[in-house]
Design a protein around this ligand. Structure first.
Ligand SMILES: Cc1cc2nc3c(=O)[nH]c(=O)nc-3n(C[C@H](O)[C@H](O)[C@H](O)COP(=O)(O)OP(=O)(O)OC[C@H]3O[C@@H](n4cnc5c(N)ncnc54)[C@H](O)[C@@H]3O)c2cc1C
Length: 475
């Protein structure tokens, strides 16, 4: 049996590709290594972006594909694969319209400007109330319909391990299932196996010396990258790697953090003015904590030892409401009582009766920490930060107990990926298409569609969009 399209990975890009192709009457095979479909949609924030959507029109927001593209180029200095950026941006409103047609529910505040990345100049980020699960929920009925009518055959718990070709054209996906080798054949092979943020060895190979603290979906293990590189595919855009700030390790040294359960609000000061200071492993401040620009914060953290820092505050700051009367503790979504409970566990968050004890618990050098806090308290008195120019200086660190929360520059999505051309054909070292082989989604790397910056929505929107493009065009 030879499928018209054989897809590796039943995640964001793979499902949209399979549904679109099956609805055209094509026979689609999907290989999935886990026991479920959906991939990163189970964990992703699901923030999408598009210019010129129905919701924007209804809310009187003027936007267009051209404005979106220009805004991306402003943010990322016109970097990335410009053909793919343009293709992704052109496809984005169609993808949103498709989800609209599938009955997608959007959160009432959308479209909006998001400040956790360098902000767009227009409200064009859009998401569902259950983050990316809202997307999965509208894809699943379509998926199931095509599975039950036989147009999609999904082979769960089959792990893609290699590729084969006939007469120079790739037409075979080699898998292992229950320790046996299984082969599937397809006229076109589409690799949508996701990123590599859950493969520490591969990450180290591509980013030597960069600490990997990851909140990527566990299946993002670089399988597609490794096999495509073995076949002559080219890895690119690793140099654009940027972390997201705020992950808290549940277990010290595990390298794993959970974006949805334990994340500190240190991405920007727009949503929360700092009642705290940030100190590096030397116990020293390194940035104005009220810096609004997330990328400046990311790049500055990347210069600190181990790409991590401690957020240090006192009891008064923990209990103080913000200007809107909200408590808004540093860990997103936690109440003050939950923060104290967290501190008692002594994992990422430590609590101590004195600064000396806090230094002992965190391993920060006590002399430096005492000096840093004393200097900062002077700044709160004088309202001048001569070191970094912080303006928001309302909360001294003076009332016990004292707290230190260790946060990491963490990986949500990987920037490096496999080189394709504008038709999404995988390219070899000479820049020629490898016949029969296509790729979409995070296997292309966020750097391809978002360049050297995080542009809101430029991972998941192109994953869905490019999946659909291949589902529409291959035969
Ligand atoms: C916590 C978090 C928050 C995020 N928030 C956002 C956001 O708000 N906006 C945004 O744009 N992006 C966001 N992203 C990134 C975005 O969600 C992903 O880049 C995108 O969903 C990836 O889609 P994909 O189809 O490439 O991979 P996935 O959806 O991960 O699918 C890949 C599939 O391939 C399967 N697979 C892997 N290897 C094999 C193999 N060897 N054999 C068979 N199957 C295999 C996997 O099991 C999986 O089902 C976020 C990511 C995370 C983790």
């Amino acid at each position: 049996m030879t499928y018209d399209i054989l897809i590796v990975g039943a995640g964001t890009a793979g499902m949209s590709c399979a549904i679109t192709a099956a609805e055209r009457g094509l026979k689609v095979g999907v290989i999935e290594k886990s026991d479920h479909v959906g991939g990163a949609l189970h964990w992703s924030g699901g923030h999408m972006s598009a210019g010129g959507t129905r919701l924007q029109r209804e809310k009187g927001i003027e936007d267009s594909i051209e404005k979106h593209l220009a805004d991306i180029y402003r943010i990322n200095n016109k970097s990335g694969d410009l053909d793919l950026v343009e293709k992704a941006v052109k496809e984005a409103p169609k993808t949103i319209a498709w989800l609209d047609d599938l009955g997608m529910q959007w959160s009432p505040e959308c479209p909006r400007i998001i400040y956790g990345h360098v902000a767009y100049d227009t409200a064009r980020t859009i998401y569902g109330p259950e983050k990316a699960l809202s997307i999965l929920k509208v894809l699943l009925p379509k998926w199931k319909a095509q599975v039950s009518n036989g147009s999609i055959e999904c082979h769960l718990e089959n792990t893609f391990v290699g590729l084969g070709k006939t007469d120079g054209r790739y037409d075979t996906v080699i898998c292992t299932a229950e320790d046996k080798e299984v082969r599937f054949r397809g006229k076109n092979i589409v690799i949508t196996s996701g990123g590599y943020g859950s493969n520490p060895a591969y990450f180290q190979q591509k980013h030597p010396g960069i600490p990997l603290v990851s909140s990527c979906y566990p299946t993002a293990t670089a399988d597609g990258h490794v096999i495509l590189e073995q076949q002559g595919g080219q890895f690119r855009f690793g140099e654009f790697h940027l972390p997201s700030l705020g992950g808290m390790e549940e277990e010290e040294g595990s390298g794993r953090v959970d974006f949805n359960k334990a994340w500190a609000m240190v991405l920007t000061s727009v949503y929360r003015q700092p009642r705290d200071i940030y100190v590096n492993a030397l116990g020293e401040r390194f940035i104005r904590e009220d810096e609004a620009n997330p990328e400046i914060r990311e790049l500055t953290t990347m210069q600190q030892p181990d790409w991590c820092f401690w957020v240090v505050f006192d009891e008064m700051a923990l209990n103080a409401p913000d200007e809107n009367g909200n408590h808004n503790p540093i860990i997103i979504g936690r109440t003050v009582a939950e923060m104290k409970e967290e501190a008692r566990k002594e994992n990422a968050l430590c609590m101590a009766g004195s600064i000396e004890q806090l230094a002992e618990k965190t391993g920060l050098p006590a002399d430096n920490l005492l000096k840093t806090i004393s200097n900062y308290n002077d700044m709160v008195r004088t309202k001048i930060d001569p070191d970094f120019g912080r303006n928001y200086l309302e909360h001294p660190i003076a009332q016990a107990p004292f707290y230190a929360l260790k946060v990491h520059a963490s990986v949500l999505v990987t920037f490096g990926g496999i080189k394709v051309n504008s038709e999404l054909q995988v390219l070899n070292a000479e820049g020629n298409p490898m016949p029969g082989l296509y790729a979409a989604g995070e296997v292309l790397g966020l750097g391809a569609t978002s360049g050297s910056s995080f542009c809101s929505g430029m991972a998941i929107t192109p994953a869905l969009g490019f999946g659909r493009v291949l589902g529409r065009t291959l035969s």
